[in-house]
Design a protein around this ligand. Structure first.
Ligand code: CP
Ligand code: NVA
Length: 297
């Protein structure tokens, strides 16, 4: 059966551990003479560069295409485009507005499909986040991760990964922008422990990692003014970081907005792991591709 990586929960906990181990192992040339399609409906810096370089380090050839160039569901259906690309490539990776697009791709693709960010999730980011935390904070079951701000695609994938590995998650999100009771129940069933609060101070209390992301994700630009108002009290600044555990680290998937979700002092300060985290996108891309190519046989 073809394996896909649309969400972190597509992996069993043991497989997630294996992907993290593969991430930090030396690259293997499993893609010699093979192609990987990289389809982007949205902009990217980290994801495009890390995926292209991971494919090259594994001996393969990445082919980048903008979604509008293919014309997904305008020039041809997602399914038609997918079945054709699958004849050229060993892996199809896509960054999409709607998560249903990668689900439709996976439903008809004979080769692995990788979600490079959707409105629901960002599994490649979560893999990089866990590699970074293992390296700079501690074993996954010792992680006490506070998420401050918007419970978005990055938050969901991070929470799934942390909890599946036995760590704990604590959310500090405005009313209506947090995980909500149903999602907290789903997350709790993955393992570890979950705390949900609208108070960012309560969320970071005792945390050894404080993670945030933009208040306005790609595709939400029309909500910019309203979101800036809602999230105004949710900046991760020095005062908020001082409530976390001693030695707590700051993380952000980037792109970042100094003075909005994070102060410049925290983002650029000694507790920040953001550059290491960004660089581990390459590490994690290799781990994910290695797992999927090996699983394909
Ligand atoms: N973090 C992340 O996915 O960055 P890009 O949008 O630049 O790829
Ligand atoms: N939540 C952000 C992540 C960017 C990498 C977005 O979806 O735009």
């Amino acid at each position: 059966m073809t394996r896909h990586l649309l969400d972190i929960t597509d992996l069993a906990p043991g497989e997630l551990r294996h992907v993290l181990a593969l991430s930090t192992a030396a690259p293997r040339r499993l893609l010699e003479g093979k192609g990987v399609a990289l389809v982007f409906e949205k902009p990217s810096n980290r994801t495009r560069h890390s995926m292209e370089m991971a494919v090259i380090q594994m001996g393969g050839h990445p082919v980048y295409t903008r979604g509008e160039e293919i014309g997904l569901d305008t020039r041809e259906t997602v399914e038609d485009a997918t079945r054709i690309m699958a004849g050229y490539h060993s892996v199809l990776a896509a960054r999409v507005f709607s998560h249903s697009t990668v689900e439709r791709m996976a439903a008809c693709s004979p080769v692995p499909v990788v979600n490079m960010l959707s409105d629901r999730s960002h599994p490649l980011q979560a893999l990089a986040d866990l590699v970074t935390m293992k390296e700079h904070v501690g074993a996954p079951d010792t992680l006490r991760v506070a998420w401050v701000g918007d419970y978005n695609n990055v938050a969901r994938s991070l929470a799934e990964a942390v909890l599946m590995l036995g760590g704990s998650m604590s959310f500090g999100c405005p009313e209506g922008y947090g995980p909500g009771a149903h999602e907290v129940t789903r997350l709790t069933a993955l393992g570890g422990s979950v705390r949900d609060s609208t108070d960012p101070r309560a969320a970071v209390d005792g945390a050894n990692v404080v993670h945030t992301d933009t208040w306005i994700s790609m595709g939400q630009e029309a909500e910019t003014a309203a979101r800036r108002e809602v999230f105004a009290g949710y900046i991760v600044d020095e005062a908020l970081m001082s409530r976390a555990a001693g030695g707590a680290r700051f993380m952000h998937c980037m792109p970042a907005h100094r003075g909005e979700e994070v102060s410049a002092g925290v983002f650029d300060g000694p507790r920040s792991l953001v550059i290491a985290q960004g660089h581990h996108r390459l590490t994690a891309a290799r781990g994910a591709l290695t797992f999927l190519v090996e699983a394909q046989g």
